[in-house]
Design a binder for this molecule. Structure first.
Ligand code: M6R
Length: 613
């Protein structure tokens, strides 16, 4: 899972594409940052130059003085290592033996070992351990046999098995960039006197708002004034597929905050309101609810944060529609897809719409005849395109690797869906349904009040918590998925071990770790009348072992005993509690990361969009 970008321009319109290449790549750094590299055709000399190394884009650009070069076209790559250690030789672009063909690739070539063996027998010399390098040598190989490079490119593609988004630059065709997409995302950005390729839209937004989302199996080339796309040997008429994007560039940038993660946490009140208005004014939810109403079995899946949103949905579906949804972690799909069929529906939750585990789950269910509903934040991404119906969240681009604003917008969309099914099933009357939908309008307000009430105390809490190696986050009922999500945030950005459990489960094992000073955070959700006593008991159990206990709860938990610190975030009932109780945990994770000198936007070993299984 990596990011790729390519630009080709008419020098009279864009005299130097290097700034576009560098800036475009930097916006893709969330997709991986083990190494970075550039291949470009130098203005004047028309030679192919390549600079690459391990480390972050800025370091690579600085160490080779990349920005001081002038280029008429180029391709670039930021890597999240899969095959081969993150070092200089394994960094992309990769080259053929003659060093005239450069390639960048996102994805995994499954049959690279056989291809490599065959190419070595043919006399090709490999420099790296990557799967990608085989493509450069295949291109070199077939360009000797074929009449033109495009035919060689197509022949090489036919040999590849696996996932790829590819961009190729050949020194002999300086203004043409070849591309291909299979499973891994790739889009074309259309400019005036230039065209671009990239793994996502925000990286191209400063230059154009007009895009073509490539489909699996499509390949072709771009030139400054030409786009050519083919699939299975037939040219594609792409003009009707142009999407014009209205997000502002500012939406995709930091807006004065020190980190994207903080900006995105703070944006939640606004994006919740926008998502709410969008859901209210479209038919997406109604259509999806009808699909669910016509099926016997409802499954819901996602990875990481999107899985936690799925768990919240299971809670609401049972509460508001008296229906069971079976949640599962996307990568574990085979246990569940086996039990699905045309009587089933699968909801696939994915902010990026590109997560491969979720996509594979979708495809397995689809094969069995299940109906598919996507919940996604990215228009035109693969999961929505392969689904029967999509409910879009309107969180805007999320750049921080940690999912924050997209989680709550997913929860909002899924709560709408539960309400609608509750109405169809007759569990809710029309007026109950209306009241609850009206209540959801306050989701943004719940987030904003809670941020206001909890920010100060979180800064103080961090002083002690940053010294801990480990902590628990516990909840009951609706509090459980919120605790899971809080623990995921803490560990992924602060690198402090944080584990979440249902509070009742803690004495079945996890409590063995608790010793004096061990931090245990409780997420106390409504209804307090129903959960107070039990949570109180769980807090006392921890306190009796010397734990340092903190409670984040809605109003009604102020008088809880045994908690060292109690933070109440407002008078929110069951449908609004997630919007009030999630931001404090996100802020806690963020503040811990900053206090410990971590980069919250780009946590180590992670990438924003995970396109490998
Ligand atoms: O784009 P998706 O929602 O499909 O991504 C799924 C997970 O990779 C993602 O939610 C991940 O767990 C978060 N970045 C964690 O903060």
């Amino acid at each position: 899972m990596c990011g790729i970008v390519g630009v080709t321009a008419d020098p009279d319109q864009v005299p130097n594409v290097m700034p576009m290449l560098v800036q475009g790549l930097k916006r893709l750094e969330y997709r991986g940052y083990d190494s970075a590299g550039f291949a470009f055709i130098e203005c004047g000399s028309q030679k192919l130059l390549v600079f690459k190394n391990k480390g972050r884009i800025d370091d690579v650009v600085r160490s080779y003085g990349v920005s001081t070069y002038c280029a008429i076209s180029g391709i670039a790559h930021t890597r999240w290592a899969t095959h081969g250690a993150p070092n200089q030789v394994n960094a992309h672009p990769h080259l053929d033996c003659n060093k005239k063909i450069a390639i960048v690739h996102n994805g995994i070539i499954k049959n690279f070992a056989e291809l490599r063996e065959w190419l070595v027998e043919q006399g090709h010399r490999f420099e790296s351990d990557t799967d990608t390098e085989v493509i450069a040598h295949l291109l070199e190989h077939f360009s000797r046999e074929e009449r033109d490079f495009f035919s060689a490119f197509k022949k090489a593609l036919r040999m590849l098995e696996g996932a790829y988004a590819i961009a190729v630059l050949h020194e002999d065709e300086p203004l043409r960039i070849y591309f291909a997409r299979n499973i891994s995302p790739l889009l074309i950005g259309l400019g005036i006197g230039f065209n671009m390729l990239s793994s996502d839209i925000p990286s191209m937004l400063p230059y154009t708002r007009r895009f073509i989302v490539l489909n699996d199996g499509e390949y072709g080339y771009i030139e400054p004034y030409r786009v050519h796309i083919e699939k299975e040997g037939r040219s594609i008429d792409w003009r009707a597929r142009i999407t014009t994007i209205t997000w502002s560039l500012e939406d995709a940038e930091k807006g004065g905050y020190p980190h994207y993660m903080l900006k995105e946490i703070m944006e939640q009140p606004r994006v919740l309101y926008e998502t709410y208005m969008g859901l209210l004014s479209s038919r997406e939810v109604e259509d999806a609810a009808k699909i669910l109403a016509d099926t016997d079995k409802i499954f819901i899946t996602g990875a990481g944060t999107s899985y936690h949103a799925s768990l919240v949905f299971t809670y609401y579906l049972s509460l508001l529609a008296r229906e069971l949804a079976i949640p599962f972690i996307a990568s574990e799909y085979s246990t569940y897809s086996r039990l699905s069929g045309s009587d089933s529906a699968l909801i696939v939750v994915s902010q990026s719409g590109e997560t491969i585990d979720s996509l594979q789950a979708l495809r397995a269910f689809k094969k069995k005849g299940a109906k598919i509903i996507a919940v996604s934040n990215v228009i035109g991404s693969t999961i929505p395109r392969e689904s029967d119906k999509t409910i879009y969240t309107r969180a805007g681009p999320e750049i921080g690797v940690a999912a924050t604003k997209t989680f709550l917008t997913q929860v909002l969309a899924l709560t709408f869906l539960s309400l609608r099914l509750g109405l169809i099933r007759g569990v809710l009357t029309q007026s109950e349904y209306k009241d609850l939908v009206n209540e959801l309008k306050r989701a943004g307000e719940a987030a904003s009040v809670s941020i206001e009430k909890s920010s100060r105390i979180i800064e103080r809490l961090v002083i002690g918590l940053k010294k801990s190696n480990s902590m628990y986050i516990l909840g009951r009922e609706l509090g459980v998925p919120l605790a899971y999500e809080g623990a995921l945030k803490v560990k992924e950005v602060s690198y402090i071990h944080a584990e979440a459990y249902p509070a009742g489960e803690s004495k079945h094992g996890p409590i063995a770790l608790v010793e004096p000073g061990f931090p245990v955070i409780f997420v106390a959700t409504p209804p307090a009348e129903h959960l107070f006593e039990k949570l109180q008991g769980n807090i006392m159990e921890m306190k009796a072992r010397g734990a340092s206990t903190i409670l984040f709860g809605v109003d009604g938990y102020e008088d809880v005993k045994g908690a060292d610190i109690v933070v109440t975030v407002g008078p929110w009932g069951e449908v609004l509690a997630p919007y009030a109780l999630t931001p404090p945990l996100q802020l806690l994770a963020y503040r811990l990361a900053v206090a410990l000198g971590r980069d919250p936007d780009k946590p180590r070993n992670l990438a924003k969009t995970v396109t490998v299984e």
